[in-house]
Design a protein around this ligand. Sequence first.
Ligand code: VGL
Ligand code: ZN
Length: 197
Amino acid sequence: MQALIVIDVQNDFCPGGALAVPQGDRVVAGINALMDEVQAVVLTQDWHPAGHSSFASEHEGRAPFDTVRMAYGPQVLWPDHCVQGSEGAAFHPALDTDRADLVIRKGFRPGIDSYSAFFENDHATPTGLEGYLRSRGIERLLLAGLATDFCVRFSAEDAARLGFAVTVREALCRGIDLDGSVAAAREAMRGAGVTLA
Ligand code: VGL
Ligand code: ZN
């Protein structure tokens, strides 16, 4: 059984959004089509409370895209984005959300960010997605969405480490690209045993 994991195809990551990924909206049609090729569809949704600790606005003297040290490790600071219940946190209107078996939300704890669909940024606190997939007998994962160098990357690496067979459909991903982070992400994913297709 193979599942498609659609990462964070939300308004704030698309052109016009608070943390817009260049061409983020271009992935939507292809992702909808891919839903026909798998046995399960999971959507992830970045879902932060107002005042989340990953927001630069919460850190005196810091600007978006600065990196700070948190108790759990380095953390990039972001513009306020994907605030729970906001229009920016909603899925792109053309994404076929009716096809989703599961929507998994992440980043809802005020003090910790969560890029990966599997673990928060402490790399230890689970989201529950692993148990869901395993109990459905799913062994192979196809990943697509936003952003290549953050949430797609860390989801793919964690999934591979957990023993899933992981393919990232690169043409259906777009990156933020801070200081070569897309190239670094490709290398890290390959190193973790992820197939880039
Ligand atoms: C993401 C930065 C902050 C992502 C989410 O979906 O890649 N990036 N929150
Ligand atoms: Zn976020």
